[in-house]
Design a protein around this ligand. Structure first.
Ligand code: PMP
Length: 349
């Protein structure tokens, strides 16, 4: 029987998100890089003040209240901002508008696996170029590959490292296609690449409210680039991609930078402590500028540790991928959660 689907869809594996156990279970969830702290009180207040009448009508198709908050807080013009249903949707929009058969989607690996899925949906050619020693960005090979879209996550997942702005500049200046700099974890980093959007016409930065703002369940992210580049994204986005509730709550969250920064500082302090504790157990723990650590257990048996932790009600992330299958990605939790993890690991390494 003929398949109903396009050959590209038949051929692809599809994206498999991290495990999401039912809320309310007592599982310590350190597998999908959520923030361990609740969203800003301004978010809860905005939720309480919602009027049902507000939901009867379609929302603003451009999420203007949310975009205005971003514009005010980051000091970028409103027409340099686009809102997405999670930053995943910003990634989807750029691939949809730029990639197709005969065009390439290029990125250094290991990195966020969704880039591959999005490229495959468009039947684009996928070019994966491994990072060098010490996470050296393979700049020449990335330029050579000549992608319609080149993705660089900075800070990267799962490695946790930041790519230097000078490297990103060199890439942007030499690429004919779009450079998407995925800053999903920027709220936990010491630097960012925002200034590159005004330096280069082909640079698009994506950010999210899922991590720093504790709003993964809301699904809200945004892209920043010059209006000429955003034009294509506005054409391909879903008609009302940001619902009325997300638009209102997202604006409140953005405007409470002090709360976001306070939570990020707590996470960074816990990250430092967790790194020390893991090192004491013999783990290799590279520096991270994110809310997770990408670690190698002393006995190298990452999968067994992942399974044993799961049995004890602690979820971390294990990737059964060649090259990274001896490592675990552990989201930084509260100090109490991290302590429970360490106590469990004492018996496992
Ligand atoms: N980029 C990276 C590198 C990520 O790890 C994630 C989280 N899975 C995202 C983007 C997407 O996050 P969201 O869609 O929740 O904004």
């Amino acid at each position: 029987m003929n398949s109903y689907f396009r050959p590209a869809v038949d051929a692809m594996a599809g994206y498999i998100p991290g495990e999401q156990p039912k809320p309310g279970t007592s599982i310590i969830k350190l597998n999908t890089n959520e923030n361990p702290y609740p969203p800003s009180p301004a978010v809860t207040a905005a939720l309480h003040n919602l009027d049902g009448e507000f939901l009867r009508r379609y929302p603003n198709p451009f999420a203007n209240d949310f975009r205005q908050a971003i514009s005010d807080v980051l000091g970028v013009p409103l027409n340099w901002v686009i809102a997405g249903n999670g930053s995943d949707e910003i990634l989807t929009m750029i691939v949809r508008s730029c990639a197709e058969t005969q065009r390439k989607v290029v990125y250094p690996t290991p990195t966020y696996v969704l880039y591959k899925t999005l490229a495959e949906i468009q039947a684009a050619e996928v070019v994966e170029i491994p990072y060098g020693e010490n996470n050296r960005l393979p700049i020449e090979a990335l330029i050579e590959a000549n992608g319609a879209v080149t993705f660089v996550a900075s800070p990267n997942s799962p490695s946790g490292h930041v790519v230097a702005n000078d490297d990103l500049r060199q890439l942007a200046a030499n690429l004919k296609g779009v450079l998407l700099i995925d800053e999903a974890y920027v709220d936990f980093a010491n630097e960012n690449a925002l200034s590159l959007v005004s330096e280069f016409e082909n640079v698009l930065i994506s950010r999210t409210l899922s991590k720093g703002y504790s709003l993964a369940g809301l699904r809200l992210g945004f892209g920043i680039a010059n209006p000429k580049l955003l034009e294509g994204l506005f054409k391909v986005k879903e008609s009302y991609n940001i619902d009325a509730i997300a638009c209102t709550i997202g604006a409140a969250a953005m405007r409470d930078q002090a709360y976001k920064n306070e939570c990020a500082e707590k996470v960074k302090a816990s990250r430092a402590k967790l790194a020390i504790d893991l090192k004491q157990l013999g783990f290799e723990v590279p520096d991270s500028q994110t809310n997770f650590l990408f670690v190698t257990p002393p006995n190298g048996n990452a999968e067994a540790i992942y399974l044993a932790l799961k049995e004890r009600g602690i979820l971390v992330r294990y990737f059964k991928q060649p090259g990274i299958d001896r490592k675990l990605r552990i989201t930084v939790g509260t100090d109490a959660q991290n302590q429970t993890l360490i106590e469990a690991l004492i018996h496992l390494v």
